[in-house]
Design a protein around this ligand. Structure first.
Ligand SMILES: Cc1cc2nc3c(=O)[nH]c(=O)nc-3n(C[C@H](O)[C@H](O)[C@H](O)COP(=O)(O)OP(=O)(O)OC[C@H]3O[C@@H](n4cnc5c(N)ncnc54)[C@H](O)[C@@H]3O)c2cc1C
Length: 229
């Protein structure tokens, strides 16, 4: 930063040394669940919460092979459960448990944490009963995956309020990914049409909310992620 504006990105140096400064007129922060840590270093609050989420695979299944996946993702909205194929396995996730926030930390080496028995109660056990393949197949790997939620379940895309030069593409899901990229390109290049009214995704739209309200509202959305909107 220089005189109150972001002027580039410094790469990690060898050992404790500072790396190279890559200068840029606009820097886009798109670091997923690590976004709040990096933004805080520049004095910017990101209105998002990192949450933990249980996911389960079957073992490899004899009826599945490596052909391209032509099955849809199946959702059970009444049970907040979803399932899909991954190559030779099926996967299953559930939102039917109390939301479990995670404090973002630079020390976190990945968005996949070990699965701890008890963290998610009976969510995966109950979800397994819904899906025939999971009732029959031996259980495979379980994981605790971390992703980000905002108070309105929409990503944060656009210039960061109050810090010239910093742009954000944060809290987007796979579901939003293509739209986030296109919307960001429109804003940065001032070309084409915006995907939505830029105000709907503006990172500063919760600036008047307290940290507590951001957190409670975002966490309150967790169980309803698969509700029909
Ligand atoms: C178990 C699970 C199931 C999910 N299911 C779905 C689903 O069904 N549908 C859906 O839409 N979404 C789903 N999601 C959410 C989705 O996967 C994420 O929201 C999405 O991948 C986030 O993308 P991103 O590009 O913002 O962040 P990421 O994909 O995490 O990318 C951020 C990148 O920034 C890098 N980075 C971090 N810090 C730095 C730094 N200091 N310098 C340089 N690089 C850095 C990281 O290494 C990472 O590569 C799921 C998530 C989980 C965990």
């Amino acid at each position: 930063m220089d005189r109150g504006r972001v002027i580039g990105v410094r790469t990690a140096g060898a050992g404790d040394g500072a790396g190279e400064l890559v200068r840029a007129g606009r820097v886009v922060l798109a670091t997923g669940i690590w976004g709040p840590v990096l933004a805080a270093a520049a004095g910017v609050r990101l209105p998002m919460v990192d949450v933990q989420h249980p996911y389960l695979f079957t073992d490899e299944r004899p009826e599945l092979d490596d052909t391209p996946i032509d099955m849809p993702i199946v959702r059970y909205p009444d049970h907040t459960v979803y399932t899909r194929r991954h190559g030779r396995r099926y996967g299953l996730g559930s939102y039917a448990h109390s939301p479990l926030p995670l404090e973002p930390s630079a020390a976190l080496g990945g968005a996949e944490l070990p699965y701890c028995e008890g963290d998610f109660g009976t969510a995966l056990g109950e979800a397994r009963q819904l899906v025939p393949a999971f009732r029959e197949a031996p259980q495979g790997r379980r994981l605790n995956g971390v992703f980000a939620l905002t108070p309105d379940e929409l990503p944060l895309v656009g210039p960061a309020a109050g810090l010239p030069g910093l742009w954000l593409a944060e809290a987007g899901w796979v579901t939003h990914a293509a739209g986030v990229g296109r919307h960001l390109a429109h804003l940065l290049l001032e070309a084409g049409e915006p995907v939505v009214d830029p105000g709907r995704l503006a990172p500063g739209r919760f600036d008047h909310w307290s940290d507590r309200k951001v957190r409670e509202t975002a966490l309150g959305n967790y169980r309803g992620i698969y509700d029909a909107h």
